[in-house]
Design a protein around this ligand. Structure first.
Ligand code: HEM
Length: 489
């Protein structure tokens, strides 16, 4: 027979071991602000667990004691695993593998910066308990990428399975040697120049549609990104009949998650492939005269575009549009938060280099965050031993906050207007042969938005009060949902 007092103690242990660590999440103000719903779920689950333990203690007291022992063992094992690793004889990068700590870190933009201060420039972080080797400092990152190129492979997201030949970013070296340079040629300067007029027209239409009803600029920036990429990649004008059809199917396709579960959108992908084939025929026959990446492939001597090129163009649209939209929203937020830039960027007051300087500062402060790779072999690096299979995160955003390179890194300054930074100091678009092939296009769209917003005298901007993100370590940070633009009455 179990003593009632022992049952009560065991029940309290069961509640304390399970509930207390998780309550760190809703008790954390930043976590509550970014993940309000998840905080509520944790509290509800904690209450449910406590009630369940109380009921078990009343109706099946014999179960409580062994369950408490199991809970203590599990928590002790988790605490052991989460302990701060120190190099030791295995020369592991130091760090903590706490699962709850890693979930809490999702809500703190400076989480990796703090780990960097605590453990040094190469450390182990936890992403939901999975160890990830983090590297801060672009020069260090370059050394790792270049010195161990053959021991570092891609860390692909699930969507790449659906791309014929794989997505460029995740292609093996041989395949990438064939397609990477071809895509760089196809994303040529004339392609960017040709897309500029559609980008400008779409931004102007979106600004003209802003009313005295305050709105988040996100959806408008999404349409600007879509229109710009459709023009640049496929030579389709979003307002033409062909463009409208393509846009509608692409919207269905864009519901596809990048994590897998593609069944819902496979039909849309098939339809898009057919629409691209139609556009290719029009380009070959000279029925349309659009300068675009698809057209550059058609005009090249290669036997491209093949199915790999077509799928990659479609997935560049799928992945690139939200990326570009994210940058455009950041630009509006930073203009709102730093209104002196509105004057400076108006009609190129200080010359085009002022607008470019603002865009680069936005990339540094906001949009360039990380590069991921996976170790395909053990590697010795800077006195540490990195193991086969581990994920490596090159912390680009944290490297861009280095106060020895960027004084007052948290401030939006004009440092890029008259200062040049080397690639080991500032690198928003990648560090190796997988660097972004759409830099010119991205900068063009960004400039177009900044100039148009700055030139609109009736526009009133209110910055977001906080930042937010999705619940993944690779989710990008973005301005909070209370960012607004509105036309002055
Ligand atoms: C805010 C805008 C953008 C930023 C900051 C950005 C940044 C980057 C970075 C850092 C990489 C290197 C990834 C790695 O090494 O793992 C990359 C690669 C790439 N980006 Fe972008 N990107 C942006 C927009 C776009 C857009 C709009 C497109 C498509 C039109 C695009 C297409 C690509 C492709 C295809 C690659 C892989 C290239 C290759 O492996 O050959 N990016 N980008």
């Amino acid at each position: 027979m179990t003593e009632p007092i022992a049952v009560v103690v065991a029940a309290l242990v069961l509640v304390a071991t399970v509930v207390v660590p998780w309550l760190r999440l809703p008790l954390d103000g930043a976590f509550r602000q970014v993940f309000g719903r998840a905080s509520v779920v944790v509290v509800v689950a904690a209450v449910a667990w406590t009630v369940m333990v109380a009921l078990v203690a009343v109706f099946a007291p014999a179960v409580v004691m062994p369950a408490a022992v199991v809970a203590v063992v599990v928590v002790a094992a988790a605490t052991w695993r989460a302990r701060r690793l120190v190099g030791g004889r295995h020369r592991r990068p130091p760090g903590s593998l706490s699962v709850i700590g890693s979930i809490r870190a999702l809500a703190h933009r400076d989480a990796y910066q703090l780990d960097h201060e605590r453990y040094g420039p190469v450390f182990t972080a936890s992403q939901f308990g999975r160890p990830v080797v983090c590297v801060v400092g672009l020069e260090r990152g370059q050394r790792l990428l270049r010195g161990h190129r053959h021991q570092l492979g891609p860390s692909p997201l699930a969507f790449t399975d659906q791309v014929m030949g794989g997505f460029l970013r995740y292609m093996d070296d041989d395949t990438h040697d064939r397609y990477g340079p071809a895509f760089r040629l196809a994303m040529s300067r004339p392609v960017t120049d040709a897309a500029r007029s559609i980008a400008f027209r779409t931004v102007s239409q979106e600004l003209a549609a802003v009313t005295t009803q305050a709105e988040h600029p996100g959806p408008a920036m999404g349409r600007v990104a879509q229109a710009t990429l459709m023009a640049a990649l496929f030579g389709l004008d979003v307002d033409s009949p062909d463009g409208e059809v393509f846009g509608a199917v692409n919207r269905r396709f864009s519901r596809r998650t990048v994590l897998g579960g593609h069944r819902r959108t496979t039909g849309a992908l098939r339809e898009l492939r057919t629409l691209v084939a139609d556009q290719r025929r029009r380009l070959e026959a000279g029925d349309v005269d659009a300068v675009c990446a698809l057209g550059e492939f058609v005009a090249s001597d290669d036997d491209l575009p093949d199915a790999v090129c077509v799928d990659n163009l479609l997935f560049m649209m799928r992945i690139g549009a939200p990326n570009l939209q994210g940058l455009l929203v950041w630009l509006v937020h930073l203009l709102a938060a730093n209104p002196q830039w509105l004057d400076r960027c108006r009609d190129d007051n200080g010359g085009p280099e002022v607008v470019d300087g603002f865009v680069l500062e936005a990339l540094r402060m906001a949009q360039s965050e990380y590069l991921y790779r996976r170790l395909t072999n053990d590697v010795d690096f800077d006195g540490l031993h990195l193991r086969h299979g581990q994920l490596v995160r090159l912390c680009v955003w944290e490297s861009h906050q280095d106060p020895t390179v960027f004084s007052e890194p948290g401030r939006c300054t004009d440092r890029f207007v008259d200062q040049r930074f080397s690639q080991s100091e500032f690198s928003a678009f990648g560090l190796d042969n997988h660097a972004c092939n759409s830099v010119g296009l991205v900068l063009m769209a960004a400039r177009t938005v900044v100039q148009a917003v700055a030139a609109d005298p009736g526009m009133e901007l209110t910055p977001a009060t906080g930042l937010t993100r999705g619940m993944r370590h690779w989710s990008h940070w973005r301005p909070g949902d209370d960012l607004r633009w509105v036309r002055r009455a």
